[in-house]
Design a protein. Structure first.
Length: 689
């Protein structure tokens, strides 16, 4: 067995030496298996409270920039101080009774945490973004980063001088529409409000001059290019993360938690909203121009877009088409024949553009690769996570059990028959089965709650009576004196009656809460987890494994197995191999020996399991890291691939003829269904994001 352990250990070492993420993964596992018992286990930074995240990134920014005083490092640090990682939200999620919205959050608590992060980090975020432009004034990427970071992810300006910073960016990057769009979007918000009427909520213009300036800036932006800033900022963030103290395998989550792309898409919807809200203030004939502007914006977005950006452009076109259909159907009498024809042509063009994008997207796989047989991967990962603490705990127990029987200890005596491997194996199998049934299958409802209630009631009746009967038989076989035996019988009957009365009273209907309830896992309530996919669905074996882990079922299994081994060893050591009755020291020594052998053997088995599974798990972590990083960093390649597909569709005459015919059919429809209208109206709410 030791040779097997040595071979597996060498294999693990060779595997870890070839993988970038292996040291961090192994360090986290060791920390959780040792000091994690004292409450000092590893917590991913992305899951930490928002205030702690801010403190960490402020300290890391100061340290890293002192060593690497470059524009890219400053940009990466600024993005990490932009907003907290979303993991802190888990502590504020709660299940609801609404079928449409099964999960909600404590909005006040979330807002308080965000505000705490902002109060600590917002000023330094702006300062670092400005530092990046000072270190590389000729780099337009630095100016784009500074422009985006003038606003929080919730589109609130961080500083009163936000416009001056954006206008300075225009001077250094004049052909980029980003600055015009950001100014236009915020000016429109400042100049408009909401008013409630009998029929709807409408937009009101409170400052016509500011609103007109916003519209003019939007028109100016349509004449420029709009390179996507997200493709420029992934590398600085990654460079910064590599210099930080965060384990390598946590970098993808932190990288993808930055709100660069979501901020862009929010801006695009905001810009389309400006056009359609302004259209509500204008005569019918002028609304045609606003619909065309939405199409031009969507085409501008898609000119250098990846698949997700094209989905956004499609949604903007859908809303523009809905507005055009409503305009044609409700206000046709107010339009000239030429205007009606122009509107028809615009609708055909909008639908045709959408169909081109849809066809190109269908040729691409836009989702990140997911591992096959996910439940098996999860179970193997959890088995590995249990194996190391299981091994360490059993080794410690074996050492403690051996101490009293050594020269240092006081318990010494003649030997007794040791407990064999078969009884030890029976004890462990029984303990694992009981533990997984009670703390895994039961809370996961693989065993239904009705069955659990029935079993609990039966056990409450059977166990007390069984114990009383066992003790009575034991006293009878010992040949106790008749007076004492009669007294014992009377006491037994009295106890049996009391136990029966108490059990019946306790089990009176409607007694239906005698089941094992599910526990939270990963900081999330079970009711919330049930909404997150098949892995967490009640009745599944994977959910049973999660529950067994949440209840520390492997600890219960160890305790049960060692208790069974101790009892069996104690009973077996009543007599020596020569048939002589053993004294108490001999029996204690035999019991401790059985516990020690059992713990050492099980610990060695756990170590073999860990060493056997760890290399595969490390390779899986590395593959996941590589795929996630590639998905984020190969942004330009994905954009180029999609643009090539779009050009291929547009250059196919037969396909374009087919798409154009379908577009004409869609444009000629009388109106959209109510379901489509509700979906599209949800994309452009009347208030600013």
């Amino acid at each position: 067995m030791l040779v097997i352990v040595a071979v597996l250990a060498v294999r693990l070492g060779l595997t870890a030496a070839r993988l970038d993420t292996a040291p961090g993964v192994l360090a986290v596992m060791l920390q959780d298996s040792t000091v994690g018992w004292l409450g000092w286990g590893h917590q991913r930074l992305i899951d930490a409270p928002a205030g702690r995240q801010a403190d960490y990134w402020l300290d890391e920014s100061e340290r890293i920039l002192a060593e690497h005083h470059t524009s890219e490092m400053a940009r990466g640090a600024a993005w990490m101080l932009d907003s907290p990682g979303p993991g802190f939200l888990k502590r504020h999620l709660r299940a609801t009774t609404l079928p449409v919205i099964p999960v909600d959050s404590d909005r006040e608590a979330v807002a308080a945490e965000r505000e705490l992060f902002s109060s600590k980090a917002s000023g330094e975020c702006l300062a670092l973004a400005e530092l990046a432009t000072q270190l590389a004034p000729g780099d337009p990427k630095a100016w784009r980063t500074r422009a985006l970071l003038q606003f929080t992810p919730e589109t609130v300006p961080r500083d009163k001088a936000w416009r001056a910073a954006l206008e300075e960016g225009v001077r250094h990057d004049p052909e980029n529409a980003l600055y015009d769009y950001l100014i236009a979007a915020h000016l429109w918000t400042l100049s408009t409000g909401l008013a409630e009427t009998d029929a709807d909520i409408v937009v009101t213009v409170d400052d016509r001059e500011q609103a007109d300036e916003a519209l003019a800036l939007f028109e100016a932006g349509l004449t420029k290019q709009f390179p996507h800033p997200s493709s420029d900022d992934w590398h600085p963030i990654l460079l910064f993360l590599k210099q930080s103290g965060v384990p390598r395998h946590e970098h993808p989550g932190l990288l993808q938690s930055r709100s660069i792309e979501s901020r862009e898409r929010l801006l695009w919807f905001w810009l389309a909203r400006i056009q359609l809200q302004q259209a509500e203030q204008e005569p019918v004939a002028k609304r045609l121009g606003r619909i065309r502007n939405c199409l031009r914006l969507a085409q501008q977005i898609s000119a250098s877009a990846d698949a997700w950006d094209v989905h956004t452009a499609q949604q903007i076109c859908d809303v523009a088409a809905m507005t055009g259909h409503e305009l044609r159907n409700k206000h046709r009498s107010e339009l000239s024949s030429a205007e009606v024809q122009a509107l028809e042509d615009d609708l055909v063009q909008i639908h045709e553009q959408n169909l081109v994008w849809r066809t190109a997207l269908s040729q691409l796989s836009t989702t990140q690769p997911t591992p096959q047989h996910l439940p098996l991967v999860v179970v193997r990962g959890m088995l590995l996570a249990w194996a190391l603490p299981f091994t360490l705990l059993l080794i410690a127990i074996a050492a403690l059990a051996a101490l009293p029987t050594t020269r240092v200890g006081r318990i010494r005596g003649a030997g007794s028959r040791p407990l064999g491997s078969v009884p030890i194996a029976i004890c462990w199998c029984t303990a694992l089965l009981l533990s997984f049934t009670l703390l895994g299958l039961a809370p996961a409802e693989v065993i239904g709650r009705d069955a659990q209630n029935a079993a609990a009631i039966v056990l409450m009746v059977a166990v007390p009576l069984g114990l009383i009967a066992t003790v009575a038989i034991w006293r009878l076989r010992r040949g106790a004196g008749r007076p004492r035996f009669r007294t014992f019988i009377v006491a037994t009957v009295a106890l049996a009656v009391l136990a029966r009365v108490a059990t019946v009273e306790f089990a009176k209907p409607p007694r239906n809460d005698l089941y094992v309830p599910p526990r939270s896992f990963g900081g999330l309530d079970p009711a919330v987890l049930n909404e997150f996919g098949d892995l967490f669905q009640s009745g599944s074996l994977t959910w049973a494994c999660f529950q067994w882990d949440a209840y520390s079922g492997w600890v219960a299994a160890i305790a049960t197995a060692l208790c069974l081994v101790a009892v069996w060893s104690w009973l077996r050591s009543r007599r020596t191999p020569d048939g002589i009755r053993s004294n108490w020291k001999t029996r204690v020594r035999s019991t401790l020996t059985g516990v020690r052998r059992s713990a050492a053997g099980a610990g060695l088995a756990g170590l073999v399991v860990f060493l056997a599974l760890a290399p595969g798990y490390l390779r899986f972590c590395q593959a996941t890291y590589d795929s996630q990083m590639a998905f984020s960093l190969e942004d330009v390649d994905r954009r180029n691939e999609l643009q090539a597909e779009i050009r291929a569709v547009e250059s196919d005459p037969a396909l374009m003829k087919q798409l154009r015919q379908e577009a004409r059919g869609r444009a000629s429809r009388g109106s959209l269904s109510n379901r489509e209208k509700r979906r599209l109206n949800g994309l452009l709410l009347p208030n600013a994001p």
